[in-house]
Design a protein around this ligand. Sequence first.
Ligand SMILES: C[S@@+](CC[C@H](N)C(=O)[O-])C[C@H]1O[C@@H](n2cnc3c(N)ncnc32)[C@H](O)[C@@H]1O
Length: 252
Amino acid sequence: MKKQIVKLLRMAKVLRQSYARPGRQYESGTWWDENFYEDSISDSDTIGPGRNRYSTAYHYASVEALICKALFERLENGPVGDVIDIGSGAGHWLDFYTQLGASSLHGVEVSQRAYKALNERYANTPNMTLAHGTASDALAEVSGKVDLVNAIGVMFHIVSDDEWRETIQRMAGVLKPGGLLVVGGWFGSLDGLNAQVDKQGRINKRLRSASNWKRTLASSGFDEIEILRNRMRDGIADAQPENHLLVARRAR
Ligand SMILES: C[S@@+](CC[C@H](N)C(=O)[O-])C[C@H]1O[C@@H](n2cnc3c(N)ncnc32)[C@H](O)[C@@H]1O
């Protein structure tokens, strides 16, 4: 009963914000540094200030399990190859794909603070490069093709629909034929929900529906699109609402 009330309240909040009139424009290039990140950045900090360390670890474990399932089913025991990670935050997914044996990693981060912290953390890490900028701009600079593009908890922060579509097209452009796209997010039935609005009225999270995702991916050159629901998310009273997984393959 309590869980259902929490769910209803969450949905009511999302719907109310979705119809909020935007105030100032959200600028990804400055918003994260001015409103979100301090100098040191942990996994909890990428979710929000003061997040509980255990529910944070639970969130990451539940998403990791989904990615492992997706890779197990698609790669069998083959190598994960070269990886681009979008919105690297504290570097959780750079570490994760390193542990899975990625041949090379390229992290992209729009926040200057997060980018600086990542540079310090991975200064002596071989086969890892980092780029500062929006996903769309950074992907346009990538030469060569990779085997996997990972974007967990970041695509809904691209609030401009044009930039969101362009980013997906550029993801397709950097993937080898048969390469995988792994996206963590929401993928519900309602489209264009503005799920987070800050005190200045800046929308900084916009959720696209599963059908919009599928349509946009198909028209950008992806197939074998699957959404894996995070069944663990309600197993804790501090769940992250947008932690399902979408996996697609760059058409061969
Ligand atoms: C919720 S955090 C998730 C961090 C990380 N992916 C993880 O799951 O631990 C979102 C991150 O994406 C970055 N970000 C937001 N918009 C971006 C964009 N357009 N391009 C690249 N990074 C972006 C933010 O600075 C932030 O570090």
